[in-house]
Ligand binder design. Structure first.
Ligand code: GCO
Length: 448
């Protein structure tokens, strides 16, 4: 056993997202979002679940802040629901919506916890979707306008600002694979959405600088580590396409202001082109203060004609799996962040999400002995430490998630929390993984 110690200023935190935890979907003037629509469309979400109540954090935020305080985190990442601020996406500000976040932010600060705000974690106002959503460039202006209101309302209180959560999910998962709201299956549309979200990110960063807002601003991409199964050139190229689809397609515009050309060509072969207007790439590649990375998994792929979008099939090589059926590949975290550092330079990195879903059992005395989740965290913490030792500027880690919550298309059956949510009573019970993380934070390290 060796002791692992983290740097003194390492930021430990946990993360959540508005639609997944808040509930109160019609309260205080909140307008409908695309997730209200999607989750109420039969067949889209497991069991017909939706976020009407979720964890009821809209009413129980004090309890959640108390849990965070007891956990000992330095920071808490949460998202603001755009339809609470602008029920129709644009127009008049709904002060009551802002009030809720004022209470959350002030509560966190009073508890000694730094609020880290995500501006867009997928709950687009339905009224904007009705006008084309992210396919329509007007949505970029609406986003910047919404961001400006939030910047001004919370200036000086927020240390870290994240424009978008997982643009890959917003675009390809939601508009090509159709698995998330709004549920489209059109490659050209997905490419448009990805591009427009990245432009919106860049415009928001410009606005942030122009207004002289305090704190740091960045964006969060979900990276996935994908390797070729063999050394054959076909397998290497297939795995590379698949990897670039998750990683380079978003990282390269963010940092270099270009798209990976081989993938641009590949998409063109599939009939989709990036709708770049003059100035877009400069806007997208505005200097950011940090990059957020969500990491969950990785895998191996090989060439197979007509398999998926990239002629690439995933090969099962015997990884342990989580209850999402995702490979547990902690080494992949080391590899992907080492790659990102080498490729894109010294911008500070925060892991803005990492965590695992397992089938939890609540014991009679309200405990959850989530051994596997604890192990998952431990393995990834070890890789975080290895990254720091090797000179990667990894500054913090946010566990996904504080609470079991509405896991999108999977509804409530998939639990990611370090705190168990009883969806009948809405009571919260810290799991063993919560106490493990509490200990790691307290000692700023652990015996590996
Ligand atoms: C994500 C989402 C989370 C998910 C988590 C587990 O960013 O994908 O931020 O909302 O719940 O990733 O799937």
């Amino acid at each position: 056993m060796a002791r692992i110690d983290f740097p003194k200023d390492f930021v430990w935190g946990t993360a959540t997202a508005s639609y997944q935890i808040e509930g109160a979907w019609q309260e205080d003037g909140r307008g409908p979002s695309i997730w209200d629509t999607f989750s109420k469309t039969p067949g889209k979400v497991f069991n017909g679940d939706n976020g009407d109540v979720a964890c009821d954090s809209y009413h129980r935020y004090e309890e959640d802040i108390a849990l965070l305080k007891k956990l000992g985190v330095k920071a808490y990442r949460f998202s603001i629901a755009w339809p609470r601020i602008f029920p129709q996406g644009t127009g008049e500000v709904n002060e009551k919506g802002l009030d809720y976040y004022r209470k959350v932010v002030d509560g966190l600060i009073a508890a000694g916890i730094e609020p880290c705000v995500t501006l867009y974690h997928w709950d687009l106002p339905q009224a904007l979707q009705d006008k084309g959503g992210w396919d329509n460039r007007d949505t970029i202006d609406a986003f910047v306008n919404y961001s400006e209101v939030i910047f001004k309302a919370f200036n000086g209180k927020i240390k870290q600002w994240i424009t978008f959560n997982e643009t890959w999910c917003v675009s390809f998962l939601s508009n090509y694979l159709g698995l998330h709201a709004p549920g489209n299956t059109d490659l050209q549309l997905a490419v448009n959405v990805a591009h427009h979200c990245m432009v919106a990110h860049g415009e928001a960063v410009k606005k942030f600088r122009e207004l002289g807002i305090e704190g740091e601003i960045g964006t969060t991409h979900n990276l996935y580590w994908f390797e070729p199964y063999s050394t054959s050139p076909e397998d290497a190229a297939a795995a590379r396409r698949n990897r670039a689809f998750n990683n380079e397609w978003f990282m390269e515009p963010t940092f270099k202001g270009t798209y990976p050309q081989f993938l641009v060509d590949w998409f063109k072969g599939k009939g989709a082109e990036v709708p770049i207007l003059p100035g877009d790439m400069e806007t997208i590649s505005q200097k950011i203060d940090f990059i957020g990375v969500n990491f969950y998994s990785g895998g191996f792929g090989r060439y197979k004609k007509d398999e998926g979008l990239f002629d690439c099939e995933e090969v099962q090589v015997g990884f342990d799996k989580t209850y999402m059926d995702w490979n547990v590949y902690a080494d992949g975290l080391y590899k992907v962040l080492s790659w990102a550092h080498e490729e894109y330079g010294d911008t500070p990195i925060y892991i803005t999400e990492n965590g695992a879903c397992y089938e939890d059992v609540l014991t009679e005395d309200n405990r959850v002995h989530d051994v596997l989740r604890k192990e998952y965290f431990k393995k990834h913490f070890i890789q975080c430490h290895r990254l720091i030792e090797s000179g990667v500027p990894l500054k913090g880690y946010f566990a996904w998630s504080l609470l079991d919550n509405f896991e999108w298309a999977e509804g409530y059956r998939k639990r990611f929390g370090i705190v168990y949510t009883n969806y009948e009573t809405l009571e919260r019970y810290p799991k063993d993984s919560y106490y493990f993380i509490q200990d790691v934070i307290k000692n700023n390290g652990f015996e590996a």
